[in-house]
Design a protein around this ligand. Structure first.
Ligand code: ZN
Length: 98
């Protein structure tokens, strides 16, 4: 009962890009799905579109990037995100893009 949603990740990270600190409105897989990354709170971070595009399916080490924050499961439990458990139209796009 703590589903990962795009909005949930963005809210957790304060709509701040985990890579450059700018305003974020996308999410990114730290470990790309093509490399076995999962759709988990620990593997998803808020990212601006520029970073998301540059990172693509690369690992952070390849880019010399570091996370500004350590992704974690949010403390506020499920109730604040429970209304967001529906899949919004853009969700699949971002999952595929990560
Ligand atoms: Zn960024």
């Amino acid at each position: 009962m703590n589903h990962v949603t795009r909005r949930g990740v963005l809210r957790r990270d304060g709509f701040t890009c985990a890579y450059c600190g700018k305003s974020a409105n996308t999410i990114d897989h730290v470990i790309p799905r093509s490399r076995g990354g999962r759709n988990t709170w620990e593997n998803l971070v808020a990212a601006c579109l520029a970073c998301n595009s540059r990172k693509a399916d690369k690992m952070l080490a390849q880019l010399g990037w570091q996370l500004r924050v350590t992704p974690h499961r949010p403390r506020y439990g499920g109730h604040l995100v429970s209304g967001l458990n529906h899949i919004d139209d853009s969700w699949d796009v971002y999952l595929q893009a990560g």
